[in-house]
Write a protein that binds this ligand. Sequence first.
Ligand SMILES: Nc1ncnc2[nH]cnc12
Ligand SMILES: [Zn+2]
Length: 329
Amino acid sequence: MPLPKAELHLHIEGTLEPELAFELAARNNVELPYADTEALCEAYRFEDLQSFLNLYYELMAVLRTERDFEDLADAYLARAAAQGVRHAEIFFDPQAHLARGVGMGTVVEGLWRALGRSETDHGVSTRLIMCFLRDESAESALETLDAAKPYLDRITGIGLDSAEVGHPPVKFREVYEAAAALGLRRVAHAGEEGPPEYITEALDVLGIERVDHGLRCMEDPALVERLVRERIPLTLCPLSNVRLRTVDVLADHPLPAMLDAGLLCTVNSDDPAYFGGYAGDNFDAVRSQLGLGEERLRELARNSFTASFLEDDEKLRARYLAEVEAYEF
Ligand SMILES: Nc1ncnc2[nH]cnc12
Ligand SMILES: [Zn+2]
């Protein structure tokens, strides 16, 4: 039995496996510019975040109907459950779909068809987090929040993703204020490729409660001290960092130093279909490549539930935490 864990940094569009991409392309009569799954996998050699994002947005063309989003989420939840994920807080990128003429209702209702029965089907509780694309305008983010208003009973929070450098958090001050007023939780990608100042700005200006990635905080000791003091969780994605060349090799990943510094770190998969592994694979990788011992792994699992947005179900959180403590390696 794998270690029980929560996954807090997972883009549902990043779980589109090559086989499912071709299946959905055939179902929807969408032509992909790749002959087969092998040719597609050849495209999975990324130079940086942008080279990945180009493929990530290109392949989304196959997602058209509620059933497509349902099948995508269902496939992810089955894989995640098999790797010990007990709770998943799932990002989605509505602007990438709205721009292709796929409505907010199609996306949310489709995902919800799978998420609504996930506890029964997979034993995984879920939350949905709607991300804004930071390389789109602030106006577009506000329009997207408006389009989501009929679905807010299904959306727990908002996030910020896509190309980071050149798109500082302050650009999205207004939409984060509006989301907070609607009672939405707030997270943002910061310090993945962007500088530590973006992490500070996301905390101070956007009021985020968790930092997605946050890797580059290690360049600023005062920021590390603050993150430790304020117990702000970081959702790290080790295999993603290697594939997007944020770190050269996994053995160089700062996760052990971050844990030693007292940071509330979690381990997640980001875009597992593209980066070579789901949540459990990321745990296995940090165990074998970074030499993390059993108590460090238990700490990471404990942190994942502590950092989750389960304030509306503390009994469930307590049950998960008890499972972590009772786990025998
Ligand atoms: N790792 C990542 N960083 C920024 N935006 C993303 N969208 C999907 N994955 C992402
Ligand atoms: Zn991400």
